[in-house]
Design a protein around this ligand. Structure first.
Ligand code: ZN
Length: 216
């Protein structure tokens, strides 16, 4: 299996139509020389109402803001006012991916982790902590990314992996001369599919994904 490097942003329900094999051409103003398998990122802005009606669905029915599949671009064709990209072999990801960088409207390179290189096993130095925020006069719980050292300092009680949202164990609590504070996945399966998991890093080319039991 080759590693997928790029993503293309497409609105829903077009992504769903591609994954069902009902849409085999993507129309764009620019041409591309890309002939490879790319991730399908479902843009947050919904596509036209007529397309939703065809599927008897509404925007809330389909995921957005995530990478949910992959497809191969095998050819392009010039049209009167743009280009059509031939799409083949669509597939849904078993676990949806949430990139950490800003998606772009056309092709872009998603990044999934801020993982810092370490040779001695699983060391993730950042995590997400649940915090109470005031937004528009309403109190809301939101996940905030912070260093594990800060999370420990604050005595955080609800935290999770920043990449796969799986349950993690905090390390480095009040221990002198110990390695820098870090987290470790509680579940082996999370570590196998989380982009910052130790077991994931041992399998280059594997597709990363969200935890099957995310901490919400
Ligand atoms: Zn993880």
């Amino acid at each position: 299996m080759t590693t997928i490097r790029r993503a293309i942003s497409i609105r829903q329900p077009y992504v769903e139509q591609i994954l069902r094999g009902q849409k085999t051409w993507e129309y764009r103003r620019q041409n591309t020389k890309i002939r490879e398998c790319v991730y399908l990122y479902a843009s947050r802005t919904p596509g036209p109402k007529t397309e939703w009606r065809k599927l008897r669905m509404e925007p809330a029915d389909l995921p957005t803001g995530r990478i949910i599949g992959a497809v191969e671009i095998t050819a392009t064709r010039r049209l009167r006012d743009g280009f059509a990209y031939k799409l083949e072999n669509p597939r849904r990801l078993k676990r949806q991916l949430k990139p950490i960088n800003q998606p772009q409207p056309w092709f872009w390179k998603p990044r999934f982790t801020l993982w810092k290189k370490s040779h001695d096993g699983e060391k993730i130095y950042e995590c997400e902590v649940k915090k109470l925020f005031m937004r528009d006069g309403v109190k809301r719980w939101e996940w905030l990314r912070m260093s594990v050292a800060d999370a420990i300092r604050e005595g955080a009680t609800e935290f999770r992996c920043k990449d796969c949202h799986g349950a993690v164990r905090l390390h480095g609590k009040h221990v002198a001369h110990a390695p820098a504070p870090h987290v470790e996945h509680k579940s082996r399966q999370d570590s196998e599919y989380c982009p910052s998991g130790m077991y994931f890093r041992q399998h280059p080319g594997r597709e990363p994904g969200l935890s099957s039991a995310p901490v919400e």
